[in-house]
Design a protein around this ligand. Structure first.
Ligand code: PLP
Length: 408
């Protein structure tokens, strides 16, 4: 009860939610695509531009020093957020996509040759498929796929055969964006490590919803995007074990990733700057730091508990609706409810929802292999954040009824 009381009023911290869409109060059920931003994050970004704006690291003047302190302060917040051992293990990137490309090109590509494999799963977002396909094309290695089950869980029956000496990395999502499945990553990481295989976890859909401890997980890399966790777009983080990051060559060259440059020789900077070429997204980084402060103030366990209540309530309502099929019924799920309404294309569903002021996502959710598995072109997806209310579940159900009424 205390959890519910603390959380239910939190939507008021998000100015954008207080508006009408098509004559109805906005119900935002598309947080898996991008979350909304609390006032404190918006203010932190505006304050930076209003008061501290300057380039970081090289300036001796006050503004540059303040901007540098705020930027590096955010790195320490990210370190604490995922419980990395040291700040050197936190590299700022544009988002999960860029982090995965960085690891694919800098860590995996130099180790790959024909006969080697890269292991992903059928549940992945395209961001955790295509960079690996590219690196396989570049090296002659092969992409291998952990299959999925009808309920939308990983089918681990053949995992021992896939985790062989030829596998150079296991890259797997923590939470599926299309179905909400929470994968048993801790066990998988241990299994891969038993065979000496490093593991990258795509945490884009996990960090907004649950506490993550990279030391406890013992993953080699963990990646996520700020914009899905109440921070601005264009900022995210790569966690990598220090011993591994130290051995990796830089991915991009330019400013900030060097210690000295001459035409004969360039000496690269220390971690984490070696991987941060060019002027970074300073404002976004500061916004990410503020989003972490805010999430910690709300309480990540409170967030998880409230979202679980919303997901259970929505699932129970949709399960008993005639003509509605839930896609993805894994035992462990977070935040996402994908569904189909019989006889109606998901895009029509999304359009009618919008007319009711209810924002959901329709399409393949950048997870076409999941759609191929179910032999469907698309789903309608409602996704929750802690600023959603139980009345948003009522709006979801009412919109489905409206669709059915219109297509009766
Ligand atoms: N991984 C997952 C599971 C996602 O859901 C997404 C975005 O939807 C990404 C990766 C890519 O994130 P970004 O576009 O922020 O880089």
């Amino acid at each position: 009860m205390t959890i519910e009381l603390n959380i239910v009023e939190r939507w008021r911290d998000f100015p954008i939610l207080n508006q009408q869409v098509n004559g109805h109060p906005l119900v935002y059920l598309d947080s898996a695509a991008s979350s909304q931003k609390p006032r404190c994050v918006i203010d932190a970004v505006a304050d930076y531009y209003r008061e501290d704006n300057a380039n970081i690291h090289r300036g001796v003047h006050q503004l540059s020093q303040r901007a540098t302190d705020a930027y590096e302060g955010a790195r320490e917040k990210v370190r604490g957020f995922v419980n990395a051992a040291v700040v050197k293990e936190i590299v700022f990137v544009r988002g999960a996509t860029e982090a995965i490309n960085l690891v694919a090109q800098s860590f995996v590509r130099p180790q790959l040759s024909a006969g080697d494999t890269v292991l992903v799963s059928q549940l992945e977002h395209h961001a955790n498929i295509v960079p690996w396909q590219m690196v396989c094309e570049q090296t002659g290695a092969t992409l291998q796929v952990i299959p999925m089950t009808q309920s939308g869980e990983l089918d681990l029956s053949g995992i021992d055969e896939l985790l062989t000496g030829s596998a150079k990395i296991l890259a797997i999502g923590h939470v599926s964006n299309a179905l909400g499945t929470v994968n048993p990553i801790k066990g998988l990481i241990a299994k891969a490590h038993d065979k000496g295989i490093p593991v990258l976890i795509d945490g884009a859909q996990a960090v907004p919803h649950m506490a993550v401890d990279v030391q406890d997980l013992d993953c080699d890399f963990y990646v996520f995007s700020g914009h899905k966790m109440f921070a601005p777009t264009g900022i995210g983080a790569l966690y990598g074990k220090r011993s591994i990051l130290e051995q990796m060559p830089p991915w991009q060259g330019g400013g900030d990733m060097i210690l000295s440059v001459s035409f004969e020789h360039t000496q690269y900077n220390d971690l984490p700057y070696k991987f941060e070429a060019g002027t970074p997204n300073i404002a976004g980084t500061i916004g990410l730091g503020m989003a972490i402060d805010y999430m910690q103030e709300v309480g990540i366990d409170n967030i998880a508990a409230h979202e679980h209540n919303l997901l259970v309530a929505a699932t129970e309502r949709l399960e008993v609706m005639e003509g509605v099929n839930i896609i993805g019924t894994a035992a462990e799920k977070a935040s996402v409810l994908s569904f189909m309404i019989e006889g109606v294309h998901p895009h029509d569903v999304g359009t009618i929802f919008d007319q009711q002021g209810v924002a959901i996502r329709t399409g393949h959710h950048c997870a076409q292999p999941v759609m191929q598995f179910y032999e469907i072109p698309a789903t309608a997806r409602a996704s929750f954040a802690f600023y959603n209310k139980l009345s948003d579940v009522d709006a979801l159900v009412a919109s489905i009824e409206k669709v059915q009424e219109m297509f009766a």
